[in-house]
Design a protein around this ligand. Structure first.
Ligand code: DOR
Ligand code: ZN
Length: 340
């Protein structure tokens, strides 16, 4: 039943997620696995997940941590120059390869220093049908990093027209505009970038729990991202970029980048789409577009969201970890009420 106060989502997907490892993995994996049918797992561990063996072992640790929840981790490998044999082995075990410019964000030191030095790998990925996922930021001025990177996206989209390229966590109106121009470009967008601007991070008292990379931008950027999401732009997918860091790494001098949204993402998105009269488009944004663009069929999972109060916990704790979510302690208007 889809009334104005209730919606059933089929197999919601989070197309960009950080689960970390060890004790943090044990705490956060169930918080996604309980409400999502699948998620694309980022490979920026230390050391990065950049071999078949590391990828399979990481997947095993995730499936151990998810418990009984019906949930498919879609694995990714950390971009480096791979051989054709390595790519052939990886291809059926992962969804794609994630490229980080060296030093652009958390645990990306092993990333790419010069795009043109790795083109042979792009060529093989194109020929083998392996998607490329990209953290698209230069090392320029912080507010301009994504905008400056757009020419690299355009270069890649033209030079490798069959390579499927995902612009991860876009944050600007310019990126939305580019998205519509190339068939082989798609994008993810986070929850926080649909809601906040730089003002929420640093315009008043500094809020470390909203600090992430790419940083939230201007009101007109948020507006363009929100319109594209609400309209269920066919090349746009939900990817939370939920990135947990321990409290001690967030509330300190030298705060780590990352916003933890996984446990409240579905409820908050329902509230957002409802507030704009667009609940009917949430299914496409949170699952159908991703299924079509990546040709994946996630496990069946029905997630009911209802217009009722949901108090976001002040923190998620366990396994010796303590993580503060976005909207900590606030009351949302929508809640996930059942999963089957
Ligand atoms: O804010 C971020 N946190 N952006 C990223 O690209 C990486 C992520 C993390 O791993 O913490
Ligand atoms: Zn990320």
């Amino acid at each position: 039943m889809n009334t104005m106060n209730e919606l059933t989502l089929n197999s919601p997907l989070d197309m960009h997620l950080h689960l970390r490892d060890e004790e943090m993995l044990k705490l956060v994996t169930p918080l996604t696995a309980e409400t999502f049918a699948g998620a694309v797992i980022m490979p920026n561990l230390v050391p990065p997940v950049d071999s078949l063996r590391a990828l399979e072992e990481y997947r095993y640790r995730i499936t151990e941590a998810q418990g009984d929840h019906v949930f498919n981790p879609y694995m990714t490998a950390f971009f480096r120059n791979y051989t054709e044999d390595e790519l052939a082995d990886l291809k059926y075990e992962m969804l794609g390869i994630k490229l980080y410019p060296a030093g652009a964000t958390t645990n990306s030191e092993a990333g790419v220093k010069a795009i043109d030095a790795v083109e042979p790998t792009f060529k093989m990925m194109e020929e083998m049908g392996i998607p490329l996922m990209v953290h698209g930021e230069t090392h320029g001025f912080v507010m301009d990093r994504e905008k400056e990177f757009l020419e690299s996206y355009e270069y890649l989209a033209k030079k490798f027209p069959k390579l499927q390229i995902t612009m991860e966590h876009i944050t600007t109106a310019d990126a939305v505009e580019l998205l519509g121009r190339y068939e082989n470009l798609r994008a993810t967008v986070t929850l926080q970038h649909l809601i906040i601007t730089l003002d929420d991070v640093a315009g008043g008292m500094l809020n470390p729990h909203l600090f992430c990379k790419p940083i939230a931008k201007r009101p007109e950027d948020r507006e363009a991202l929100l319109q594209a999401a609400l309209d269920a732009h066919p090349s746009l997918m939900f990817g939370s970029d939920s990135a947990p860091h321990p409290l001690s790494k967030k509330e300190c001098c030298g705060c780590a980048a990352g916003v933890f949204t996984a446990p409240l993402a579905i409820a908050r998105l329902a509230q957002l789409f409802d507030a704009h009269g667009k609940l009917g488009n949430l299914q496409a944004f949170i699952s159908d577009n991703a299924q079509r663009l990546y040709r994946i069929t996630p496990p069946e999972k029905k997630v009911v969201v209802r217009k009722q109060a949901f108090e976001v916990p002040a923190a998620y704790q366990g396994h010796g970890q303590h993580v503060v979510p976005m909207h900590a302690g606030e009351i949302l208007d929508w809640a996930v009420t059942s999963v089957s």
